[in-house]
Design a protein around this ligand. Structure first.
Ligand SMILES: [Zn+2]
Length: 282
C-alpha cells in the first residue's frame, strides 16, 4: 500500500458537500398527495408469482401499490414509459438526487434525455425502519437485480429464475419482443422491501432479512403512463441467499388505483427535460 503523505490527514478532513442542490428539486407537497390518495378506487390487481415476474400498466394520474400478502418477500421493480420504452427508470441518478434507499416523497427519475419524475412515492408503511445499527435501510437503489451472469461467474449453475430473467420473460410477454430483445430493456431496479447497506469496515454490499410483513405496502403516484414489471425475488426475504431455489419464496401483489378526479386539482405534469441535446456542437 502507498504510504500516506504528510498532509494526508488534512486532505481527508476537508468538509463534505452534498453533491446536488436538492432544494431545487420539484417540491413534494404532502398535503396535495394526501388529498389525492384520500378517495381511491381499485381498478386492477396483478400477482407476481414466486420466482417469476408480472407486468402491469398504470395511467398517469393513477396510483399503484406493491403489497406484501403472504410472507416477507422482496420485489425487484422496473418501470418504463408505456409509450416509449427508451425512457425507463434511472436508478443511479435517483440515488444521487435522493438517497441510497427511497421512501415517501422521493421520485423515481427516468433516463436521459427525458429525465423527469416517472413516479413519486406517496406512502411507505416501512418508513418507521429508517436506518438500523448496521447502516441498513429498506427499498434500496444501490443494488442491481440478481442475475444468471453473476451467478455463473461466481461458479454457480445456469439458474433461470433470477430477477433479471424473470423481468426479461415478463417484458417479452407484455410486448411481444423476442427474449433477447426484451433483455436489453431490463434495467437496474428499485429493490422493494429489501433491507441492504454497505458494511462499515469494508464497504461491501450486504443484505439482511426484510422487515416487511403481510399488509405492508409501498405506494406510488404515476407521473407519466407507465409499464411496470415486478419480480418476486428467488431470495424470498433475502435473509440468507438469492439466485437459487433454497429460500422460501412468496408472491407479491400489485394493486392499481384511480383517485377521484376532483382530488387531482392543480396536478403539475412533468415535461421531458429541456436541455437542447447539442452537447456543445453547433
Ligand atoms: Zn432477485
Amino acid at each position: 500500500m502507498t504510504r500516506q503523505p504528510g498532509d494526508g490527514d488534512a486532505r481527508k478532513t476537508v468538509p463534505l458537500v452534498v453533491a446536488y442542490a436538492v432544494d431545487q428539486l420539484p417540491h413534494f407537497d404532502i398535503q396535495w398527495f394526501e388529498k389525492a390518495r384520500s378517495r381511491l378506487t381499485k381498478i386492477d390487481t396483478v400477482t407476481a408469482n414466486p420466482r417469476d415476474a408480472a407486468t402491469f400498466r398504470v395511467d398517469a394520474g393513477n396510483f399503484f401499490r406493491i403489497v406484501s400478502t403472504d410472507a416477507p418477500q422482496v420485489g425487484d421493480l422496473n418501470l418504463w414509459n408505456a409509450r416509449n420504452f427508451q425512457e425507463r427508470f434511472f436508478s443511479g441518478k435517483t440515488r444521487q438526487l435522493h438517497a441510497t434507499h427511497l421512501t415517501t416523497g422521493d421520485r423515481l427519475w427516468s433516463t436521459f434525455p427525458s429525465f423527469r419524475p416517472m413516479a413519486t412515492i406517496s406512502h411507505d408503511t416501512l418508513d418507521w425502519y429508517g436506518w438500523d445499527e448496521d447502516g441498513g435501510g429498506v427499498h434500496d437503489v444501490i443494488g442491481t437485480r440478481c442475475d444468471p451472469y453473476t451467478q455463473k461467474t461466481l461458479g454457480g449453475d445456469d439458474y433461470h429464475h433470477c430477477c433479471h430473467s424473470n423481468l426479461t420473460r415478463a417484458f417479452s410477454r407484455a410486448t411481444g419482443m423476442t427474449i433477447s430483445d426484451a433483455e436489453l430493456h431490463v434495467h437496474d431496479v428499485l429493490n422493494v422491501f429489501m433491507c441492504t447497506g454497505f458494511t462499515a469496515d469494508t464497504h461491501q454490499y450486504f443484505m439482511k432479512a426484510s422487515p416487511v410483513r403481510p399488509g405492508d405496502f409501498l405506494e406510488f403516484f404515476a407521473e407519466i403512463d407507465l409499464l411496470g414489471a415486478l419480480s418476486a425475488c428467488p431470495g424470498g426475504d433475502c435473509g440468507s441467499s438469492h439466485s437459487g431455489d433454497d429460500a422460501e419464496c412468496s408472491p407479491l401483489v400489485i394493486e392499481v388505483f384511480e383517485p377521484h378526479q376532483d382530488d387531482l386539482a392543480n396536478w403539475h405534469r412533468f415535461a421531458p427535460n429541456g436541455y437542447d441535446q447539442t452537447h456543445g456542437l453547433p
